[in-house]
Design a protein around this ligand. Sequence first.
Ligand code: M6R
Length: 608
Amino acid sequence: MCGIIGYTGKDRAISLLVEGLKRLEYRGYDSAGVAILVGNAIRVVRKKGKIRDLEKYLNGKDLDGTVGLGHTRWATHGKPADENAHPHSNNSVAIVHNGIIENYRELRKELEARGYRFSSETDTEVMLHLVDEGLKQGKGFLEAVRRGLKKIRGTYAFGILSVVQGNALIGARRGSPLIVGLSPHGNFIASDIPALLPYTRQVIPLEEGDIAILLPDKVTIYDEAGNEAPRPVLHIPWDPVAAEKGEYKHFMQKEIFEQPRGVTDTLRGRIRPEEFSVYLEEIPEALLRETKMVHFIACGSSYHAALVGRYWLDQIVGLPATAEVASEFRIRQGKLPSGTLTVAISQSGETTDTLAAAEWVKSLNGTILSITNVLGNSLTRLSDGVLYTRAGPEIGVAATKTFSTQLSALFLLALKLAEFHSPFVLQQEKNLYDSLLQIPRLMEEVLSPPSLGSIRQIARRYSRKQNALYLGRGLSFPIALEGALKLKEISYIHAEGYAAGEMKHGPIALIDEDMLVVFVAPLDSLFPKVAGNIQEIAARNGEILLISSADNDYMEGVKTSFLVPQTHPFLYPFLSILPLQLLAYYIAVERGYDVDQPRNLAKTVTVE
Ligand code: M6R
């Protein structure tokens, strides 16, 4: 999705903006641009393509100003092209936008009738002219922006500058995230925290309908009603180095290796094995005590984590649990029985579908607990309790460390709910706490050089496959889904995750010697059943890759396998996912693809 950065301060804006844009690249984009106020003129440079292409055009241009805007565009209205790239500008205003203006066609017609000429196909350009019109009517900068915002319908995060108030920047949000960053050298707006990490960790997330006016040494925020609204300043705990690639070739690779640390951090201080208990101070206890059923909502990898959570709820807590993709729940407008705790899982906390589903739950007076990674995001503001994962910033578009830290948070939640609803299970499973604390060490083992060598070899062997089927049962079914998602996202190989027991109901027709079939089958109570499914594939010459913790020497037809260490049967998802992430990563590298910015994908999906 599009990325915004803006700055007003004492320093040269252009270098801060370009650096900020590079840190937003991971969101996915097709063009980029900057606008700088130089004297009393707005200078704009924008290009289709990558930021490195834009940089070539910046060379030699007079962009010596201390106020500016930068943008990466992910096309919605209008093809990727120089003229559709942001910022949009005339002589008096420059504007960048994330989101979609739904009534732009009507507004465009009206503006054209009043003499405005459009130079792009974008919805954004209407706001440029609306602000310009307000200024021409003699309104001040802030009032002209307010007037424009009143006329548009849809979602937006805007960054706007104008020659009429040269040192000011305006940021406004509705439905798309926008944060303000505060620093002694000046103030920033940005769509995302990583863009600001080199400059400041003091941020204010804007709330729905907020407008912020930034001066080099002052920020004033107004709420939807136009009242001044002081918002809390958050200190972001992320180390700026955490958003750097360091010695790694790709962010995804780095983030795969950061998982043992992320899991340790997410568990830290929340588990006391000697007391057989979990401490989740951030969640009101009554909320968990009164829960009669749990409904998970999430998208993508977060949904797969939710499916794992659902199994844990069944097995450990015994409470009824359902999991649904947020994009369906929001349109189905499903009802929730009283006593339902809705657990919304989203690493970014800004995914439009998950937010809309959470809003629907709120409209039913439901209770929401969110599991999320980014401090102060929109989802947290809708939630009655928040359980933060501590993965640090995830830059790779393919979720890896946020997935395993979501699993950690979900396991803690299951243990905590079990304290209230099924203490007898915990009495029988006292070794669970210690086993959980051993998980980061076992993850390290899977990520050690000998294992990496063998996964790499396996990846080479399969890198030219066209199709893959990922199969698992029980807790391994969501892991199969997640493994398949990783492969399709970054290596563009068609991959399907399926419940192994369902294979015989249809997908088995696809099996031949070209089909790669990845079985996720650790040594748990379901292993003998999956072993039967493996034989069914072997009998039809499918090419099998087995991810297991069981020695498979005796398993006919399995030529390739990867073993993870043994652990408590509930905890295999933490280990089985690692070879699948690595397999997808190495195959994408073998095929020469851009692992961190896969085509068509965006890190945070803020459109419907
Ligand atoms: O920020 P969220 O967890 O809400 O994001 C949900 C999905 O968009 C995300 O998991 C997506 O599927 C990733 N690309 C998966 O690798």
